[in-house]
Design a protein around this ligand. Sequence first.
Ligand SMILES: [Zn+2]
Length: 345
Amino acid sequence: MNRQVPADISGQERPIRVFGRMMKKGLLAHAYLLVGASGAGKDALAFSLTKLLLCEKPHFGEDLPSPCGSCAGCLKFDHQTHPDLVILKPQGAMIKLDQVRDLQRALSFSPLDSQRRVCLILEAQKINLPAANALLKTLEEPPGGNHLILTATSVKTLLPTIVSRCQVIHCEGLSVSALMERVIEERLCSSDSAQFLACFSEGSISKAKDLLEQDVLSVREDLLNFLKSKREKALLMLFVLSKRISNKRESILLAVQVIRTFLRDLMMLKGLRRKDSKEQKEPSVQILFNPDYENELQAISHRFSSQDLAEHCRWLDKMEWLLDRNISREFLAESVLIFWIRKRR
Ligand SMILES: [Zn+2]
């Protein structure tokens, strides 16, 4: 199986079942728009539906509809050589007008090999305005035998005229508890860290695996150690840690996201403490991103006011924005971390 095609469709069974029913009845829409947060499994779903469409003998049994896996269509799909599969994705930062024009030319010919052609438009939220306007007509009435499948992070990121021409499918991924079960079942990490990994992976087991490859658990541990250390030691740690997290653009983004989970948990713990003092109840760890670090976070929560924590969230927004503006990554990483030292009481 090629690595470009995400195969894990856990959590997407319902849309696949509905799509299969429509396909069997010959009632498919011209265009589908799959929306969901990054990592919710949109690409895996898009490729699964594509393979189903290109299969010559799909199974529509009691269970999930599935491609046969052995016909010429399935084999060409697996080897990425299917002539009736067109994939459009951003070139650089955007999907541009020329790309849409090329697509329109390709769609004007009949499918070469099978009854249908599938055009996948990935990360459609990155389509620029001229390209989006050009795409409208194709979406409304693609030439016969063509199916379009778009993916985007949210309907709000697209022109309403694009959304209204597509059948929208929401990809929600697995629930946190179902994902936790998978993480523990597949022994991806210790059961202590499973809740953090499941919350952080937004319903996607493949995102959980990617995060582990990026060493997310040790980044989290380093950041927590930095957070709870005394001021002098934190200053010494600052430069080593900022070097580590500024290695790549992705590593700063990962660190920023991890810090956001700490900020959120600190806010929750502060809120719970206030509520508990009135109601005399034990705080529930179920609502934390980092329940395995509850004691450590509880111990440092007095160092920051709620306003400081909110201010830090805004600061992180600014850092993310600056990351795309040609500013030294190491400087940005230091700026992200120094906030903890500057603001602590
Ligand atoms: Zn097949």
